[in-house]
Design a protein around this ligand. Structure first.
Ligand code: SF4
Length: 171
């Protein structure tokens, strides 16, 4: 916005220059694939994930969206969300697995070509969270498909999601 101070010579650039407008990149979780160690990453440099909501309250989805928004920008570390499991290197699964989603989750994983990875995102996906034992629940993600990485939290913060996803690419 152009203000009278801009006209007087205090430009918007000078105002913003004194403020930090971005956050530092989250560091990757160490021993699996430290930053720059692509040799230890399962998908060095680039990983495509298909998101599956197996029974989430959608809180985790909000945080995943923020992980790919400008502040964390998981895309700059080579991670992308794709529309089809056939285009993916793995699944990013949220929520407990409801009885209605058990078969679709298995089918989604079968559609992912090998080698592949499954990331369980959020307490519900990892240990059932607040929905553990509920009447419509089959179990946690690991009860239905093999899980390689877990992101705890209810919901996990975008920076925590980004940190774990960086383990996939080693960036
Ligand atoms: S972990 Fe929390 S935010 Fe995520 S789906 Fe479960 S209740 Fe919702």
């Amino acid at each position: 916005m152009i203000t009278s101070s801009t006209v007087r010579g205090t430009s918007l650039f000078n105002v913003l220059r004194g403020r930090r407008v971005t956050e530092a990149a989250p560091s990757p979780v160490a021993p699996r694939a430290p930053a720059g160690d692509r040799a230890r990453a399962p998908f060095p440099g680039s990983a495509q994930l298909r998101h599956v909501d197996a029974g989430s309250c959608n809180g985790c989805e909000v945080e995943i969206a923020q992980a790919f928004a400008p502040v964390c920008d998981a895309g700059r570390f080579g991670v992308r969300l794709v529309a089809s499991p056939r285009h993916a290197d793995g699944l990013l699964v949220t929520g407990v697995v409801t009885k209605n989603m058990e078969a679709p989750l298995r089918r989604a994983l079968e559609a992912v070509p090998r080698p592949r990875v499954v990331v369980a995102c959020g307490d519900c996906a990892v240990n059932g969270g607040v929905f553990a034992g509920a009447y419509g629940v089959s179990g946690v993600v690991a009860d239905v498909v093999p899980v390689d990485l877990e992101i705890p939290g209810c919901p996990p913060e975008p920076s925590a999601i980004t940190e774990v996803l960086r383990e996939l690419t080693g960036r």
